[in-house]
Design a binder for this molecule. Sequence first.
Ligand SMILES: [Zn+2]
Length: 143
Amino acid sequence: MDKEKLDAFKKRLEARQRDLRQAINRTAQDGRDAVLESAQDIGDRATNSYDKEFLFHQSNNERQFLQMVEGALDGIRDGVFGQCVSCGNEINPKRLEAVPWTRHCIACQEKLEQGRDAIGLPGQNMLSRERRKWAGSLTASSL
Ligand SMILES: [Zn+2]
């Protein structure tokens, strides 16, 4: 990748990194406020724990995102930016343009997502339901 392009990505990533850091600080501050409020108003505890949970998840996502952005910036420094961490192939420029913090080429990303989905695959659940039904009828008929 030429230096000009790399610089443009670096600027975009650095801007995103700044935004995320600010957002994380804000969320942390909101979380502290929520704790303070709950100490003052016990009657509102239910809403508050919901808020805290929401803030927790939000800051978790932001942190994960920040890690990806910082990983991409590391990649720029190390000269491996734009390479898939799984197969080492170059990531499609259009994909990189859309998600510069991505670490995988589209093929590896799809493989990863398929692997994740396979755990809760509806087809497998149906299969095990069918199997249970079958086992159930077997027990019933053999009784
Ligand atoms: Zn790959």
